[in-house]
Design a protein around this ligand. Structure first.
Ligand SMILES: Nc1ncnc2c1ncn2[C@@H]1O[C@H](COP(=O)(O)OP(=O)(O)OP(=O)(O)O)[C@@H](O)[C@H]1O
Ligand SMILES: [Mg+2]
Length: 488
C-alpha cells in the first residue's frame, strides 16, 4: 500500500532540520497557526484532504506491515523532534496541528511516497498515538460499536450489531498498549501496573473500561470497553428492534411508573443496563433517586438524581468503598428510590432491605440466565455475605421485597430480547412462587438467519401488582396492555 524510496537518513538525521527548541517557541507564540515554512509544503497539500471523508482504514480495516514499518520510523523521528513538555501546554487542536506539520515535514524529508489520503490516515494515526488513545481512537469515534476488546497489542475485536468481529487495528507493542491503559485509568485517578493489575475506569465520554494487565493477563494487557452510546436506547427503540412487543413495552412502563421493586436479570452484554436505563425514564420527576454503580453508566433524565460510585483500594490497600457501603449510606440520604447498577455481592441484602422499608421502585441488575436463577443467585449472595439466616427467612425477605424480575438475553443471532417479565408471588412452604406475565417464544429463523418469535402473554389478567397500578391510576392501561399482549 505504501511505497518508500531509499532514504539515507536515520531518525536522528531527520530531527536535524527541525530542532526541538526553535520549533516550539514558534508554536507557543502562535499556537493555532500551522508553520508556513517551506518544508511544511506537504501539509499545505494535505490540508484540503482533511475535508474529504475518512479512509475506510480509519475504522479498523487491516493495514499492511509496510504501513506499520513506515509509521514506526516516522513516529520515532517525531518523538526525537518534538518537545513533549511544550506540546502538553497547547490545547488539543493546536497540538494536533503542530504534530501534523512536523510529521508532514518528516514525510517529505524522508521521501516517503504516499497519496494525500494515505498521508492523512498516517497523520491521524500518529496524532492519536501522541495525544489520544492511539489506535483506539477510530474505534471510539464510531457509534455503532458496542464493545471494544483488546487482547494484547496485536489483537482487537469489536462487537457490532450483536456480532463480534476481528479488526485490523493493532498497537505498536504491549508497552504502547499499557501506556494507553494507564492514560485512560489515570484520568479517573486510578492506576494499573504489575502491582495492581486489575482496574475499572471510565472514559471521559462515559464508556465503561476494564483493564487486566500481565502477569494476570498472560498474552499482554487486556482492555475491554463497553462503548457509551451517545443516543441511549429508549423503550420505543427496544420495540423497533423487536426486543419487546408494543404491549410488553407498555407493561414495562407501568412497572417503572407504579414503583414496583424490580430486578433485571440477564447474561453478560444482554442489555441489562440499557433496560434499567429505559425503565428509569418512567420515574416521576418529583422523586429523589440515588444510583450506586461500580463505574457510572446510567444516565437518568430526572432532575433529582444523586450518582454514587464505588472505590477500589489505594496503593496501601486501604480506602475501599464497596457497593454495600454505598447502599447502606443511601438509606441516610432520604432517597425515594435506590438503583444499584449491578448487584453482585452482599449488597443484595441491603438493597432488599431498602425495597422493604419504604423505598419502593428500587431497581438493580444481576447476572443470571432466568428469573428463577436470579432469585436463587440473590439468595446465595446473601448467604455468602455472611448473613447467618435460615434459607426460609432469606426467601421470605426476597419475596417480601421483590415484585418483578425482567429477563434480558442476547440470542445466538446477536439480537437482544426481553425474554420474560416475571412476578414474584410468594412462598409455598420453602419454595418461591413466581408467575410469568409475558414470555418470548422462539418460532424459527428468517432467510437472513435472524431469530423470529413473539412475545406472548401467559393469560394472567390480574398481576400481583394490580393494586399498586390502581393506586397510581394505571390499572386501565395495565388491563389494556395485558389484553393486547394476549392477542398478539
Ligand atoms: N434491545 C437492544 N437492542 C439492540 N442493542 C442493545 C439492546 N440492549 C442493549 N443493546 C446494546 O448492547 C450493548 C450492551 O448493553 P448493556 O450495557 O445494557 O448490557 P449489560 O447486560 O448491562 O452488559 P454487562 O453484563 O457487561 O453489564 C450496548 O452497546 C447496548 O447499546
Ligand atoms: Mg451492565
Amino acid at each position: 500500500m505504501f511505497g518508500k524510496r531509499t532514504v539515507g537518513e536515520t531518525p536522528a538525521q531527520v530531527s536535524t532540520p527541525r530542532p526541538a527548541a526553535p520549533a516550539m517557541p514558534k508554536l507557543a507564540a502562535a499556537p493555532a497557526t500551522p508553520a508556513p515554512s517551506p518544508p511544511a509544503a506537504p501539509v499545505a497539500k494535505a490540508k484540503p484532504a482533511q475535508q474529504t471523508p475518512k479512509e475506510p482504514a480509519q475504522s479498523g480495516e487491516f493495514r499492511s506491515e509496510e504501513y506499520y514499518r513506515i509509521k514506526s520510523t516516522i513516529f520515532n523521528a517525531l518523538i526525537e523532534t518534538i518537545d513533549l513538555a511544550q506540546l502538553a501546554q497547547l490545547d488539543a487542536a493546536s497540538a494536533r496541528d503542530e504534530i501534523r506539520d512536523i510529521v508532514a515535514e518528516i514525510i517529505s524529508i524522508k521521501n516517503v511516497v504516499m497519496s494525500i489520503a494515505e498521508q492523512e490516515v498516517l497523520l491521524d494515526d500518529i496524532c492519536n498515538d501522541v495525544l489520544g488513545y492511539g489506535p483506539l481512537e477510530p474505534l471510539l469515534a464510531r457509534d455503532d460499536i458496542a464493545d471494544i476488546m483488546v487482547n494484547g497489542a496485536q489483537t482487537v475485536f469489536i462487537e457490532v450489531s450483536g456480532k463480534v468481529q476481528k479488526t485490523g487495528i493493532r498497537f505498536r507493542d504491549n508497552a504502547q498498549l499499557m501506556n494507553i491503559c494507564q492514560r485512560i485509568v489515570s484520568q479517573v485517578g486510578r492506576r494499573v501496573d504489575e502491582a495492581s493489575p486489575i482496574c475499572d475506569a471510565r472514559l471521559p465520554d462515559g464508556s465503561r473500561v476494564n483493564v487486566i494487565a500481565p502477569p494476570l493477563a498472560i498474552d499482554g494487557p487486556t482492555l475491554t470497553i463497553r462503548k457509551f452510546k451517545k443516543d441511549k436506547l429508549k423503550l420505543h427503540n427496544l420495540v423497533e428492534y423487536n426486543s419487546i412487543s408494543p404491549a410488553g413495552a407498555k407493561i414495562l412502563s407501568i412497572i417503572g411508573a407504579c414503583r414496583c421493586n424490580t430486578l433485571i436479570s440477564g447474561g453478560t452484554g444482554s442489555g441489562k443496563t440499557t433496560l434499567l436505563n429505559t425503565l428509569t425514564a418512567f420515574i416521576d420527576p418529583a422523586e429523589r433517586v440515588v444510583t450506586c454503580e461500580d463505574a457510572a453508566e446510567l444516565q437518568l433524565q430526572q432532575p433529582h438524581v444523586v450518582r454514587l460510585e464505588t472505590r477500589p483500594p489505594n496503593l496501601e490497600g486501604s480506602g475501599t468503598v464497596t457497593m454495600t457501603d454505598l447502599v447502606k449510606n443511601c438509606l441516610r440520604m432520604r432517597p425515594d428510590r435506590i438503583i444499584v447498577g449491578e448487584v453482585r455481592g452482599p449488597e443484595a441484602f441491603d438493597l432488599l432491605q431498602a425495597m422493604n422499608t419504604g423505598h419502593d421502585g428500587s431497581m438493580g441488575t444481576l447476572h443470571a440466565n432466568s428469573p428463577r436463577e436470579a432469585l436463587s443467585r440473590l439468595e446465595s449472595m446473601i448467604t455468602m455475605g455472611g448473613f447467618k439466616l435460615p434459607s426460609k427467612t432469606i426467601r421470605e425477605i426476597i419475596v417480601g421485597s421483590l415484585d418483578v424480575v425482567i429477563q434480558a438475553a442476547r440470542l445466538r443471532d446477536g439480537s437482544r430480547r426481553i425474554t420474560a417479565i416475571t412476578e414474584v408471588i410468594g412462598l409455598e412452604g420453602e419454595t418461591v412462587i413466581t408467575q410469568d406475565l409475558l414470555t418470548f417464544e422462539i418460532q424459527g429463523e428468517d432467510a437472513n438467519g435472524r431469530i423470529t418469535g413473539r412475545h406472548r402473554s401467559t393469560g394472567i389478567g390480574r398481576p400481583r401488582f394490580w393494586d399498586r397500578a390502581k393506586y397510581f391510576g394505571l390499572e386501565k392501561e395495565l388491563a389494556q396492555a395485558l389484553d393486547e399482549a394476549e392477542g398478539s
